[in-house]
Write a protein that binds this ligand. Structure first.
Ligand code: E4P
Length: 221
């Protein structure tokens, strides 16, 4: 399973990328708006840092605008994937953009049927937003489970990219469901590393080591 970071913050991306655990990055207009600098410069810097796929989203909502933005974004770097919203014009744009050889991540997917349409239109990635579904009392992971089943039933080429992840349990559930990718805020990836027994175990190993060292030193004196 691939793990992506859902952020446009270069410092956080660099920190985690150095650990060898980052396969790609997803951004969206909200995440980019939080960072200083120009959109395309931010995307370009992320693409230089991370070798894997980096999603950058269009902000147009009509066919012509989305296609034009996609073409421009795709010139930033070879690993740019263009995020297109799951609206009727977005499907039409996805068909045209993917036929132009540019990979599309269809975003704002909230049902398996939307995901099926995204794959049919030519999207390389389908992004169900599970946290936002959980927020309205619907089990977001059910959409992921359905999409994984549909992907396998029909050998779809589109990858299921789970977004709107809020905690490590979401990542685990996405992995168990067979999702291709989970994209998460850096804080969630940091939490995945943590376990109190790891910290307690390490503390004890180091204390025992120091004690033994002192004991050996007192014998040899
Ligand atoms: C995915 O690609 C989106 O950028 C993201 O996961 C949205 O998550 P949110 O619901 O936390 O904003």
């Amino acid at each position: 399973m691939k793990l992506f970071l859902d952020t446009a913050n270069l410092a956080q991306i660099k920190r985690l990328n150095q650990m060898g655990v980052v396969d790609g990055v997803t951004t969206n207009p909200t995440l980019v708006a939080k960072e200083p600098g120009e959109f395309e410069e931010i995307v370009s810097a992320i693409c230089r840092e991370v070798k894997g796929d980096v999603s950058a989203e269009v902000v147009s909502t009509n066919f012509e605008g989305m296609v034009a933005e996609a073409k421009r974004l795709s010139t930033i770097a070879a690993n740019v994937v263009v995020k297109v919203p799951m609206i009727p014009e977005g499907l039409r744009a996805t068909k045209a953009i993917s036929q132009a050889g540019i990979r599309v991540n269809m975003t704002l997917v909230f049902s398996a049927n939307q995901g099926l349409l995204a794959a049919k239109a030519g999207a390389s990635f389908i992004s169900p937003f599970i946290g936002r579904l959980d927020d309205i009392g619907q089990r977001g992971m059910e959409v992921v489970e359905d999409l994984v089943k549909i992907r396998d039933n029909y050998h779809l080429k589109a990858e299921v990219l789970v977004g709107s992840i809020r905690h490590p349990q979401h990542v685990l559930e996405a992995a168990k469901a067979g999702a291709d990718i989970a994209t998460m805020p850096p804080e969630v990836m940091e939490k995945m590393m943590q376990h109190p027994l790891t910290d307690a175990g390490l503390k004890r190993f180091l204390e025992d080591w120091e004690k033994a060292k002192k004991a050996k030193a007192s014998i040899t004196v």
